[in-house]
Design a protein around this ligand. Sequence first.
Ligand code: KG4
Ligand code: ZN
Length: 332
Amino acid sequence: MSCVRVLAIETSCDETAAAVVDDGRAVRSSVVASQAEIHARFGGVVPEIASRAHVELICDVIEQALVEAGTSLDEIDAVAAVRGPGLAGALLVGVSAAKAISIATGRPYVGVHHHEAHLYAAMIEDPTLEPPLVTLVVSGGHTLLIAMDDHGSYRVLGETVDDAAGEAFDKVARFLGLGYPGGPAIDRIAREGNPEAIRFPRPMRSVGLDFSFSGLKTAVVQYVRKHPAAEVADLAASFQAAVVDVLVEKLQRAADETGIDTVVAGGGVAANSALRQRLVDLGAAGGLRVVIPRVALCTDNAAMVGAVAAYRLASDGPTPLEAPVVSNLRLV
Ligand code: KG4
Ligand code: ZN
């Protein structure tokens, strides 16, 4: 690939993010303005408020990404934005900004799939990484096991049949009164608890590559009703251990079944410290190469969008400006 500098934008949920990435791997800047505080008082993301906050933040975030990268719109070869999946009104802000910049500069626009971007975060972390690989994408909206046979060539090996892993973290945190966003709150308090205090179920652990988390959430609720004096730290640690067990076991099984010996993780839940430790252990056990992107590349960011955009542009060309945002966009 010849030198391609991408200005990338991500506004699919509640982070307003922009980044400048060279050649799909070298991050020159990555700016993330989180709206978490704005949504915290509502206990979750309010779509209308997210869209309005993106509108307020987007120009400053893009400007800052260009300044931190030491570059300008004149030196940008393409402008990319996530076009799905995500909140339609939120996606529209980033995509419209990217299209406007594309029209003003005459540079191509590239519409990116959010999960494909999460997958490419690992390639920023380890620039030597190449397919084939198996990815665990675990976010607030999705839990997916994907085989990446080549750039742009994917097979969904498994996915959640009900709640996403991050959704389970958020719902259990809300039930335990730990606030929003729930994943980081459970991660934090779980450090003071005993992960073996309560033996919560490991849903669908021994069958196939799909996931189910809504029963686990219900098990936590039922346990607390029966044991109102249970320690919140023990509940959090035990719930987290059940989720992590299932995620790691299925990732290992996906590698075994496909014969692919490189595994990577991505998405907000991949920021979880217990999951990260288990993935480190998995790599240390030998047999598998495990790449875990740093936390800032796991949670929503635009650097990962810039990474995938360079490959999409090289293989598919520019995305037409008429292409809509698609809130339930499929990867395959
Ligand atoms: O990828 P992401 O930032 O946004 C989506 O695409 O959904 O993922 C957000 C999800 C939320 O459910 C959040 O609670 C979870 O990732 N999360 C975590 C942690 N940090 C974020 N879950 C567990 N442990 C964490 N440390
Ligand atoms: Zn995400």
